[in-house]
Ligand binder design. Structure first.
Ligand SMILES: [Zn+2]
Length: 255
C-alpha cells in the first residue's frame, strides 16, 4: 500500500529536532510520497536540502503563499519566476487568497495568484490552491483563467458541496486532510457524494492534525487517520482508497 501526502511542510522548523524520525515513521506506514508546497523565499534552501536528503520521496513545488504577499511581493515573485526557470518542480503552490489574518494586501494577493497561474500554464504544471476566507475571490480568478491548461488541487478543502462541485469544474482535485476527522468539520457530511477520482489526501503538517492528535503538531504519518476516515465515509477498504488517491495524485503531479 502506497499512501501519498500531497501537502506537507516537512522543511518547517517545527521538525528541526526529529525530522528524520518523522519521515521514517511515515515511510514505515507506507506514506512514501511527500509533495512539498513552498511558502516564500526564506524556505527555499531548506526545501532543496530536504529533496537532497530524500530524493526518492520528496517532490517540490514552487510558489508564493498568499500570507507571504506583503510590501516586497514583487521581489518574492521574481524569486519564484527565477526558480521555475532554473529546474523542474511538480506544481506551482501554494498560491491563492487568505483573508483570515490580513485583508490589507488583497489586491496584491490577486495579482500574485493570477501571475503564478500564468507561470503554471507556461510550464504545464498543476497549481495547488490555498484558500482561507477567499472562495469568492478565488472562484472569480479561476473563472477568468479556466481551460484545459488549468488544473491542480484545492488544498485543505473546507467548503460546502456546491463549492466542491465548482472547484472540480475547474479541473481541481479536492485535497482532504485532518478537517475531515473533526466533529464540526462539515465536509464529512457530503464528501461521499463526490466521486473518489476527485480526491487526494494530505496532512498540511505541521498544521491541522487529525483526530485524535487534534491541536498537536501534525506529521505525514497522520495521513493514515485521514485515509481511514475517508475509507469509512465511502464505505471502502483502506487499501483501495490508498491506491485510488495515490493514482489521483499521479494524474495531477505527473509522477
Ligand atoms: Zn500548506
Amino acid at each position: 500500500m502506497i499512501i501519498t501526502d500531497t501537502h506537507t511542510h516537512l522543511y518547517s522548523e517545527l521538525f528541526e529536532e526529529d525530522r528524520e524520525l518523522v519521515i521514517s515513521k511515515a515511510l514505515e506506514l507506507g506514506v512514501e510520497r511527500f509533495f512539498i508546497p513552498a511558502i516564500d523565499s526564506t524556505y527555499t534552501d531548506s526545501m532543496l536540502k530536504l529533496e537532497k536528503d530524500y530524493p526518492d520521496h520528496v517532490f517540490l513545488m514552487m510558489g508564493l503563499h498568499p500570507t507571504s504577499v506583503k510590501e516586497n511581493y514583487k521581489e518574492e515573485l521574481a524569486h519564484v519566476e527565477e526558480m521555475l526557470a532554473s529546474r523542474k518542480f511538480y506544481a506551482v503552490g501554494e498560491i491563492g487568497i487568505d483573508l483570515y489574518w490580513d485583508k490589507s494586501f488583497l489586491e496584491q494577493q490577486k495579482i500574485a495568484f493570477k501571475q503564478q497561474i500564468q507561470w503554471a500554464k507556461k510550464y504545464e504544471y498543476p497549481i495547488v490552491i490555498h484558500c482561507r476566507d477567499g472562495f469568492d475571490e478565488i472562484f472569480d480568478i479561476l473563472e477568468s483563467e479556466k481551460g484545459d491548461d488549468l488544473f491542480g488541487i484545492f488544498h485543505c478543502f473546507t467548503g460546502d458541496y456546491e463549492q466542491a462541485k465548482r472547484a472540480i469544474s475547474y479541473n481541481m482535485k479536492l485535497g482532504i486532510g485532518g478537517v475531515v476527522t473533526f466533529k464540526n468539520g462539515k465536509i464529512d457530511t457530503f464528501l461521499n457524494k463526490i466521486d473518489l477520482k476527485h480526491i487526494v489526501l494530505e496532512t498540511d503538517s505541521p498544521y491541522l492534525a487529525p483526530t485524535p492528535f487534534r491541536g498537536k503538531r501534525n506529521e505525514s504519518s497522520y495521513v493514515v487517520q485521514v485515509l481511514e476516515k475517508v475509507a469509512s465515509l465511502y464505505n471502502m477498504e483502506v487499501a483501495e482508497v490508498a491506491a485510488i488517491t495515490t493514482a489521483n495524485s499521479k494524474v495531477v503531479f505527473g509522477v
